[in-house]
Design a protein around this ligand. Structure first.
Ligand code: 2P0
Length: 322
C-alpha cells in the first residue's frame, strides 16, 4: 500500500509586499517580509497513486479547471526536477476563505511542497524547499520558514527565517469583509501592473527602500516604526495596483471602513497598523497583549463579517496521520 503523508502550513501576511515577478523561475521584483499567522492554516495530505492522472481535492471537492491545473502544473515541476515520479493524490483543507486576498496560496503551496518533500526519495533542504514552494506561489516560500521571514528579490531567492514565531511579540487580527472571488490571480495582476501601471517602476524602487528600513526597524523591535512602514508599503502597492489598466481595485467599502477605523484607534492610543493584500480583507498588526482589544474593535466595525485573531505561526511541518 502506498504511503500517505500530511503537512500543515500557516498563511502569512507581508509587512513589506511582493508585487512583480519575472522569468521562468518567477523571480520576485521586490523583496518582502511577512508574519505567519497561527489561525490561518492549510493541511494537505499526499500519496502516490497508480493512475493515469493526478487527483486533486480541495476543501472536500474534486478540483477542476484552473484550480486543478495550477496544482498539476506544480506537480509537473517536481516531476521534471526528478523529485517525484508518477501520479499523486492531493487532498487539501483550508481553515479560511480562499482566493480573496487572504494569502491562501501561501499556506496551500507551502503545505503541498512539505508533503511532496516527504513523499520524495530525494529529501531536499529547507532552503531549497522554499525555492520550490516559491514556484507554486511566491508568498509560499515565506510560509515554509514561518515566523517573521524574508524573501529577497534577485535570481532564484530562498526565504529566510528572521525571527522564529516564539520570539515575535506581535500578532495580527484579520478583518474579513464581504467579497467576490478575485477577477485576476496575483500572478496575472502582477503582470498587468508591470505592463501598464505608470507607477510600477516607482513602486519597485519604493519597495526595496521600505525593505531596508523595515529590517532596521525590526532590529529595534519598534512596533510603531514597523507598523508605519507596513501601512505605507501597502498603500504604495495599492496605488500601483489602482493605476493598472484595467484597474486592480481590490478594496471594498468594508476595506476602507477598517483602514479608517485603525487610524482612529491609533489616535486614541492603541498601537494598531493595517495592511491589505491582493484582496479586500485587512490584516491589523498589533502587540500580542492587544489582540483581544483589536479583535473586539474589529468585530464592532459594521462591515466586518468576521474577525480572526492570530498569534505568530510557526514553520511548515509534517503532521501525524491518524
Ligand atoms: C505578498 N502578494 O507579499 C504579496 C502582497 C499579494 C499582495 O505574494 O499568483 O503568492 O499565487 O503566484 O506569488 C501574492 O503573490 O501569487 C503575493 P501567485 P503570489 O504576500
Amino acid at each position: 500500500m502506498s504511503r500517505k503523508v500530511r503537512a500543515r502550513a500557516h498563511a502569512n501576511i507581508a509587512l513589506c509586499k511582493y508585487w512583480g515577478k519575472s522569468g521562468p523561475l518567477d523571480t520576485p521584483a521586490t523583496p518582502s517580509i511577512s508574519l505567519a499567522l497561527d489561525s490561518l492554516t492549510t493541511i494537505t495530505t499526499a500519496e502516490m497513486i497508480d493512475a493515469a492522472d493526478d487527483a486533486v481535492v480541495i476543501n472536500g471537492k474534486v478540483a477542476t479547471g484552473i484550480e486543478r491545473e495550477r496544482v498539476v502544473r506544480y506537480l509537473d515541476i517536481w516531476r521534471t526536477e526528478k523529485l517525484i515520479e508518477g501520479r499523486v493524490r492531493i487532498e487539501s483543507e483550508n481553515s479560511f476563505p480562499m482566493s480573496s486576498g487572504l494569502a491562501s496560496s501561501s499556506s496551500a503551496f507551502a503545505a503541498l511542497a512539505t508533503a511532496l518533500n516527504e513523499l520524495s526519495e530525494v529529501r531536499i533542504t529547507q532552503t531549497l524547499l522554499t525555492k520550490l514552494a516559491r514556484r507554486g506561489s511566491g508568498s509560499a516560500a515565506r510560509s515554509i520558514t514561518g515566523g517573521l521571514s524574508s524573501l529577497s528579490n534577485g535570481d532564484d531567492p530562498a526565504a529566510r527565517l528572521l525571527v522564529p514565531a516564539s520570539d515575535v511579540p506581535w500578532g495580527m487580527v484579520v478583518g474579513v469583509v464581504d467579497s467576490e472571488p478575485k477577477q485576476y490571480s496575483s500572478r496575472e495582476g502582477m503582470k498587468l501592473s508591470e505592463q501598464t501601471s505608470p507607477y510600477y517602476r516607482r513602486w519597485v524602487l519604493q519597495a526595496r527602500h521600505d525593505y531596508r528600513y523595515m529590517l532596521h526597524a525590526l532590529r529595534g523591535w519598534d512596533l510603531a516604526e514597523v507598523g508605519e512602514i507596513a501601512e505605507e508599503n501597502s498603500n504604495a502597492m495599492h496605488a500601483c495596483m489602482l493605476a493598472t489598466r484595467p484597474t486592480l481595485m481590490y478594496w471594498q467599502a468594508g476595506t476602507m471602513d477598517i483602514m479608517h477605523s485603525v487610524v482612529a484607534w491609533r489616535n486614541e492610543g492603541l498601537k494598531a497598523y493595517y495592511t491589505v493584500d491582493a484582496g479586500s480583507h485587512v490584516a491589523v498588526l498589533c502587540h500580542i497583549d492587544d489582540l483581544d482589544e483589536v479583535t473586539k474593535r474589529m468585530q464592532a466595525v459594521p462591515s466586518v463579517v468576521k474577525a480572526i485573531a492570530n498569534r505568530p505561526g510557526g514553520a511548515a511541518v509534517l503532521v501525524a496521520m491518524q
